[in-house]
Write a protein that binds this ligand. Structure first.
Ligand code: SAH
Ligand code: SF4
Length: 355
C-alpha cells in the first residue's frame, strides 16, 4: 500500500462542515463537498472512484488529501458461527484487529481504537504487547468499511472493544462518533454504539456530560482494589470506588445501563465472596454484569473458571438483584479475543514491531 505523504491531509477525518469550509476556501461549491463526503463514507478508497467528480478536481484533491484505508492482511471465519476476524494493515505497517459478528438484529462490528495499548492489563494480549500509536477517526471508519465491503453485509452496531483503550484516544474517538453517526455518513447513531473502557475516570465524567447515549461498557474484572490492582494497573490511579462513583454518575446522567465486563479467572476473582462483594457494590445502579470465562493468552497462566463456578457466581448476583448474563463467546475457534491474531501474525512472520 502507498505510504502517505506526511504533508497530506486526512480527508476522511474531516466533518462535512470542515470539508465544506475547505472547499469554500478553494472557491468550490458546497454540493461538491457533500458529494466527496458521501463517497468517502460509502467506502471509496481512491479519489478516482468518485465518478461524478471531474478528473481535474480528483487530481487536485489527490495532491492535497489522502484517504485512509484498512487492507485485509488476514481473515478467519469461525466454523461455529459466522464470526469473521480481520487483521488489517494500516498505511504505516501497523496491524489492528476487528471482529464482525452476526446477531439476530443484524451485524455488529468490534473495532480497534489504538495500535496496541498503554494500560498493561496482565490478562490481555494487547496490553502485554505495549502501545504503538493512536488510530485516527478515519482509520476507525476504514475498519468498518473494509469489513462491510469484504462481507457484503451492512453493519448496524459498533463496539469499541478491539485493540486499545478508547478513552486514551479520546478526541479521535469523539470525532469518530460524530462522523459515523452523521446523516450523510454511515448514519449509525450513538444508541447503536458501545464503548468499552478499563476505567479512565476523568473521561467517563466528560463523556457523561456530553450526553451522547453511547452504551458504556466497563471492564471491571474484580470487586476490590486488592484484586483489581494486581491485574489492572489503571486501578492504582483510579480505584474501584472512584470508578464505580463515575459509573453511577454516567448512568444517572445518561439514563443508560452500564455494562460491566467481568472475566472469570480461576482462583483469582471467582469466589463466592467476590460475587457477594460485587453485588453489594453495584446495588441500586442501573447496570448489567457480563461474565466471561477468561482466555489465557498472555502466558500469565490464568485459567478459566469452571462452568459450575460461573453458574454459582451468576446465581449469587441474580439473588441480590443484579442483572447478569454469562456471555456467549463468539468465534471461539478463531482467536477472536482482543490482540490474539496480531500477536500470532507477528510471531509467524518472525517480525518484531518497533515502537
Ligand atoms: N481497552 C478497553 C477495550 C478493549 S479490551 C477495555 O479494556 O475495556 C476489550 C475487552 O476484552 C475488555 O473487556 C477486556 O477486559 C477484555 N479482555 C482482554 N483480554 C481478555 C482475556 N484474556 N480474556 C477475557 N477478556 C479479555
Ligand atoms: Fe488495554 Fe483493554 Fe487490554 Fe487493558 S484490557 S490492556 S485497557 S486493551
Amino acid at each position: 500500500m502507498e505510504k502517505h505523504d506526511a504533508l497530506k491531509i486526512d480527508i476522511k477525518s474531516l466533518t462535512l462542515q470542515e470539508l465544506q469550509e475547505a472547499f469554500r476556501a478553494e472557491g468550490l461549491p458546497a454540493f461538491r463537498s457533500k458529494q466527496v463526503y458521501q463517497w468517502l463514507h460509502r467506502g471509496a478508497v481512491s479519489f478516482d472512484d468518485m465518478s461524478n467528480i471531474s478528473k481535474e478536481l480528483r487530481s487536485s484533491l489527490n495532491k492535497k488529501y489522502y484517504i485512509s484505508v484498512a487492507s485485509i492482511e488476514k481473515k478467519r471465519v469461525s466454523m461455529y458461527d459466522n464470526t469473521v476476524k480481520y487483521l488489517f494493515r494500516l498505511h504505516d505497517g501497523q496491524y489492528v484487529e476487528s471482529v464482525l459478528m452476526e446477531y439476530h438484529h443484524g451485524y455488529s462490528i468490534c473495532i480497534s481504537t489504538q495500535a496496541g495499548c498503554k494500560m498493561g492489563c496482565t490478562f490481555c494480549a494487547t496490553g502485554q504487547g505495549g502501545w504503538f500509536r493512536d488510530l485516527t477517526p478515519s482509520e476507525m471508519l476504514a475498519q468498518i468499511q473494509a469489513a462491510q465491503q469484504d462481507s457484503g453485509h451492512r453493519v448496524s452496531n459498533i463496539v469499541l472493544m478491539g485493540m486499545g483503550e478508547p478513552l486514551d484516544n479520546y478526541e479521535n474517538v469523539l470525532r469518530f462518533l460524530e462522523l459515523v453517526s452523521s446523516d450523510e455518513g454511515m448514519n449509525i447513531g450513538a444508541r447503536h454504539i458501545s464503548l468499552s473502557t478499563c476505567g479512565l475516570v476523568d473521561k467517563i465524567y466528560d463523556l457523561a456530560d456530553k450526553k451522547l447515549q453511547v452504551t458504556l461498557s466497563v471492564s471491571l474484572h474484580a470487586p476490590n482494589d486488592q484484586i483489581r490492582s494486581r491485574t489492572m494497573p489503571v486501578n492504582r490511579k483510579w480505584n474501584v470506588e472512584a470508578l464505580l462513583k463515575a459509573c453511577r454518575y454516567y448512568a444517572e446522567t445518561t439514563h443508560r445501563r452500564i455494562s460491566f465486563e467481568y472475566a472469570m479467572i480461576r482462583g483469582v476473582n471467582d469466589t463466592d465472596a467476590c460475587a457477594q462483594e460485587l453485588a453489594q457494590k453495584l446495588k441500586g445502579m442501573l447496570c448489567h454484569v457480563n461474565l466471561i470465562p477468561v482466555n489465557d493468552v498472555t502466558g500469565a497462566h490464568y485459567h478459566k473458571s469452571t462452568r459450575e463456578r460461573l453458574q454459582r457466581f451468576s446465581h449469587i448476583l441474580e439473588e441480590k438483584g443484579i442483572p447478569v448474563t454469562v456471555r456467549r463467546t463468539l468465534g471461539a475457534d478463531i482467536e477472536a479475543s482482543c490482540g490474539q491474531l496480531r500477536g500470532k501474525h507477528q510471531k509467524e512472520a518472525g517480525q518484531t514491531i518497533e515502537k
